[in-house]
Ligand binder design. Structure first.
Ligand code: A2P
Length: 279
């Protein structure tokens, strides 16, 4: 059923991405190359990850045309602001060896904990991104780790609405308030750490349901994201698991089981992150 989702500007986006944060340090280009071999075309990177140059190398080695890839990157905290964002964006393009991005996100709403002037900084950053979008250098623009009040600041003051919010999301950390806010507004939610950083696979409910559906714990978690209309960004260093993580289209979690997964005890990492504090 799923192949791609459609963003609020009509751009089609694959519904599973490959995450490149901490992608096997030392052999990152190889891992990304393997992910291309395993069938991934949507790669999520960020200037902060240090993986853009490896992604460039892997894309070049693959011989696959640029327009078959969907490439997303993010502006880091110390690159925010009108001028800095434009500079950072062009540096990202250079490192990726491309002349456009499919998606560009503000990585975090606040440059540092307790920063009180974040509203103006976010808006200046957004303004630069809107201009790059209008110049045709970015196909869609969005945010990451934004809570509703951070998005509201942009929503009330922007020309182009954010297309995406990328947040920590997995069974046991569904951030329902962010999810429903975004889905009401037509903002596509994406899941970082969709496998809940591995410990989730030891939870009895996950094990019970994985067995019931005859899938792995990882596949169950990824399918959970899809059925909430959330794009998961799994990462792995093994080709078998890379393939397994895309093989999530031929089973369906029942409504009742979805509810059980959504209402598991909630433990996320970003909930305690100081950058998330309200100002
Ligand atoms: P590995 O590279 O050995 O496959 P997250 O994206 O939530 O942070 O999780 C990433 C971790 O999950 C990686 O350490 C990765 O390890 C592991 N992982 C990825 N896919 C699977 C899978 N299908 N089954 C088990 N572990 C997986």
């Amino acid at each position: 059923i799923y192949d791609s989702f459609e963003l609020n500007n009509r751009v089609k986006i694959p519904c599973v991405a490959f995450g490149t944060y901490k992608a096997a340090e030392g052999k990152t280009a190889g891992v990304i190359g393997t992910a291309i071999e395993a069938g991934y075309r949507y790669f999520d990177t960020a200037s902060f990850y240090g993986t853009e140059a490896y992604l460039k190398e892997a894309m070049e080695n693959s011989g696959i045309p640029r327009d078959e890839f969907f490439i997303a990157s993010k502006v880091w905290k110390d690159e925010m602001g009108y001028e800095n964002t434009k500079k950072a964006f062009h540096a990202t393009l250079d490192r990726l060896g491309t002349d456009y991005l499919d998606l560009y996100l503000i990585h975090w709403p606040l440059p540092e904990p307790g920063y009180t002037d974040w509203k103006a900084l976010d808006l200046d950053t957004w303004k630069a991104m809107e201009e790059l979008y209008k110049e045709g250098l970015i196909r869609a623009i969005g945010v990451s780790n934004f809570l509703p009040h951070h998005i509201e600041n942009i929503w009330q003051n922007c020309e182009i609405y954010p297309a995406v919010d990328q947040i920590e999301f997995h069974p046991g950390y569904s951030q329902e308030a962010v999810l429903s806010y975004c889905q009401d507004k037509g903002i596509q939610v994406q899941a970082w750490s969709p496998l809940g950083r591995a410990r989730l696979s030891e939870e009895s409910l996950i094990l019970e349901l994985a067995e019931k559906y005859g899938v792995s714990a990882a596949q169950l978690c990824l399918r959970y994201a899809l059925q909430r209309n959330v794009i998961p960004l799994p990462k792995s260093s093994s080709i078998e698991r890379m393939k397994q993580n895309q093989d999530i289209f031929d089973f369906e979690i029942t409504m009742e089981d979805m509810y059980r997964l959504a209402t598991m005890p909630q433990t996320g990492w970003s909930g305690e992150h100081p950058d998330r504090e309200r100002v």
